[in-house]
Every structure is written in C-alpha cells, then in structure tokens.
Design a protein around this ligand. Structure first.
Ligand SMILES: Nc1ncnc2c1ncn2[C@@H]1O[C@H](COP(=O)(O)OP(=O)(O)OP(=O)(O)O)[C@@H](O)[C@H]1O
Ligand SMILES: [Mg+2]
Length: 265
C-alpha cells in the first residue's frame, strides 16, 4: 500500500519536475491575493471577470484574452504587465512613461509564478498609448531597434508592424493589448507569421484581442472574460468565430442567389 502510494507520489513528482524543467512559459501562472483587498465593489474588482479571478495558467506559446468591450481585458493585461516590471504605457522595461493617473490597483494583488529561465527580450505593446511610446523614442533618439526611423514618420500600422518585425528578437516575453487596432486584415495575417516566427524562437505571448484572425493561431489558449467570469474556450466557441462563420454562410448564400439571378435574366 505504502509502495503504491510512493509510486503515485513519485509519478506526480516526475510530472511536476518535468514541467518545471521546461523554460517556457516564462510566466507560468498568476494568482490573485485577496487578503488585503479593502473594497471589492469598486474598480477593478467591480468587473465581474476580475471579481471571480483566482488564478490563470498561461500557455507556453500564446495566451489570448478575449471578451466584449468593457469585460476587463485591458485591466487584466495592464496589471500582468505592471507586475512583470513594464511601465504602464508600454514599450520595453526601460520605458517608464505615465501620462495619466488611471491605473488600477490590480497589479499589487498579483502573485507571479515564473520559470527558472528569464526571457532575454521583453515588450509591452499597448495600442492605446503607442503614440506616447513613439514620442518617447523620438526624444531619446533610441531608434535603432525600430529600423532607425522615427515611429511618427510612418503610418500607425507601419509603426506597429515595425515593432513586431524589427524590435522583437525572440527568446522573449511579450504582452500585447489589441495589436490589431492599427493593422489591416492582410497585415494581421503577416503579424500571425511574425508571432509564429517569434514563438519558434522560444517566445511567450499574452495577447488581448478582438481579432478573429489573430486568435486563430493554433498553438494557443483562449481565455474568455464575461459577466460569468473567466473561462477557457476553443476558437470555435468564440463569438468572433461564430460571427465569421455566419458571415461566410450569408455571403455564400448571397453569391449563390446572385448567380441564380444572373442565369435567370
Ligand atoms: N481607470 C478606470 N477607473 C474606473 N473604471 C475603469 C477604469 N478603466 C476602465 N474602467 C472600467 O472597467 C471596465 C473594463 O475596462 P477595460 O478597459 O479593462 O475593458 P476591455 O475589455 O479592455 O474593453 P475594450 O474591448 O473596449 O478595450 C469598463 O467597464 C471600464 O469602464
Ligand atoms: Mg481594452
């Protein structure tokens, strides 16, 4: 009996030891420490998904955070980025700008469980304040990693894209909030390829997005924020996929009708 028990324990230990030997995810898990939360009924704990959040296990490659407008994606992703040592407006960890005072306190309550291995590269790409990061890079004239050219001298989408292709080097930990905001559908497809290349170079991504194109990335986990809390869903279960499929069916029907109409007349 004891032997059996020992065997079970050692198998569990083996599994645990094996998972702990994996370098990625660099950020394995977060836990919310509620012991010193004073008021649960004000922002950010008034957001249903944050109110019920205990812990999140991250995917080795890509974890998507999805949900309706106002479901708490940015609140959560900013808190993760702050807890990991990024500045509130994004960029590398060296960029420490803050132009507003509307930060939530969530990062103070996040406990991090990290890998034994530290990422060699780090970036927080935040659509909302990317303009401020671009201005900061101009001021410091540290444009080497951005193709040597001011980010303001390019379109919003081009500047965003240059972060993906010029700045990020791999072996990295990357947090993105709505990276698709500036990207056309074909650039989003190209962004997927860039993300995949970086994943192959041992990178981990945590991405808040509304983009059905980005969240179709297969090596990923999708976490849906809603009034009911946070739950893991498959791509096919997301509203984005369902709407995309419905639209395809509607378009197919539309074109079939058009063809029939053309034949008739
Ligand atoms: N600084 C703040 N103070 C008080 N409430 C806030 C603050 N920032 C956001 N909220 C509220 O918290 C909720 C979640 O906001 P959040 O920006 O995290 O949503 P989101 O899921 O990122 O939405 P979107 O898809 O529109 O970007 C919203 O109801 C919002 O009004
Ligand atoms: Mg948001």
């Amino acid at each position: 009996m004891l032997r059996q028990r020992l065997n079970v324990t050692s198998r569990c230990d083996d599994k645990l030891a094996f998972s702990l030997m994996e370098a990625r995810p660099y950020l394995r898990k977060i836990r919310i420490d509620r012991s010193d939360i004073k008021t649960e009924d004000v922002y950010p704990f008034s957001i249903p998904a944050i109110a019920s959040l205990d812990e999140i296990d991250f995917h080795r490659d890509v974890t998507f955070i999805v949900g309706e407008n106002g479901s708490g994606k940015s609140t959560l992703i900013e808190a993760i980025a702050l807890a990991m040592g990024f500045g509130p407006e994004g960029g590398t960890k060296n960029v420490r700008i803050q132009t507003s005072n509307d930060l939530s306190s969530l990062h103070h309550h996040i406990k991090l469980e990290k890998s034994f291995k530290r990422p060699k590269d780090n970036y927080f790409l935040r659509a909302e304040s990317f303009y401020n990061v671009a201005t900061y890079m101009d001021t410091t004239q540290y444009l080497e990693g951005y193709g040597g050219k001011s980010l303001h001298a390019r379109s919003h989408g081009e500047a965003f894209f240059s972060v993906l292709t010029d700045k990020l080097r791999g072996n990295g930990f990357y947090v993105f909030d709505e990276p698709e905001a500036a990207l056309s559908p074909s650039r989003q497809m190209a962004a997927l390829t860039a993300i995949h290349d970086l994943v192959r170079k041992e990178s981990q991504f945590i991405i808040a997005t509304h983009s059905p194109i980005l969240m179709a990335y297969p090596n990923s986990k999708i976490l849906m924020l809603s009034e009911e809390g946070i739950s893991e869903v498959s791509y096919e279960e997301t509203e984005h996929f369902i709407r995309h499929s419905a639209l395809q069916i509607m378009l197919q029907r539309y074109y079939t009708c058009q063809k029939v109409a053309q034949v008739r007349f």
